[in-house]
Ligand binder design. Sequence first.
Ligand SMILES: NC(=O)c1ccc[n+]([C@@H]2O[C@H](COP(=O)([O-])OP(=O)(O)OC[C@H]3O[C@@H](n4cnc5c(N)ncnc54)[C@H](OP(=O)(O)O)[C@@H]3O)[C@@H](O)[C@H]2O)c1
Length: 174
Amino acid sequence: MISIISAIGKNNEIGKKNELLWNLPADMKHFRETTSGHTVAMGQKTFESIGRPLPKRRNIILTKDISFNIKELEIVHSLEEFDDLLKKTSLGHSLTGEARPDEEVFIIGGAQIYKLFIEKADKLYITHVDAEFSDADAFFPVIDEKIWQKNKSEKYSKDILNKYDLEFVEYIKK
Ligand SMILES: NC(=O)c1ccc[n+]([C@@H]2O[C@H](COP(=O)([O-])OP(=O)(O)OC[C@H]3O[C@@H](n4cnc5c(N)ncnc54)[C@H](OP(=O)(O)O)[C@@H]3O)[C@@H](O)[C@H]2O)c1
């Protein structure tokens, strides 16, 4: 099963200058708890921004750069290679549904990679951040209400550590 996880502003903003737009420990906790023990896949820019493989998760990086190579990472150069890797290793679920359907593979960004996967995903975990950022330069694709329906939703009110109100929403395909 392919899931997408992201935190997005009111205009679908997700980043600026290859960084996040906010520091939200409540969302980091949600991200950690949701993805731990699973496979995470990300674009090379997001990997660069995080700066290290995420612990307790299988890390797959998408890049077109064939010279990009880091020991503890699995690297793929196209969607086809990504799918082949999942099939071959059988740890994840392939896009065509041939590998273990019980394993959840999380697409964790950024903008280019969300765009690449949104039509293939089965589920979206979206943290809606109640704020706008006019200087954002990276955006999540439009969540089409004809395709996606809210399955679960939980609100989190801003506090000392989290500057904005949040809503953790799970969307499933209609
Ligand atoms: N708010 C959130 O939840 C969230 C989550 C993640 C990231 N972000 C933000 O998103 C921004 C980064 O997004 P981005 O769009 O610039 O970068 P990105 O999606 O993280 O990575 C883009 C890179 O992925 C590789 N790529 C793209 N298409 C590919 C394909 N078809 N096959 C193989 N590789 C492919 C390319 O790497 P090469 O150039 O090496 O070929 C490309 O430069 C940052 O600001 C980050 O902080 C936000």
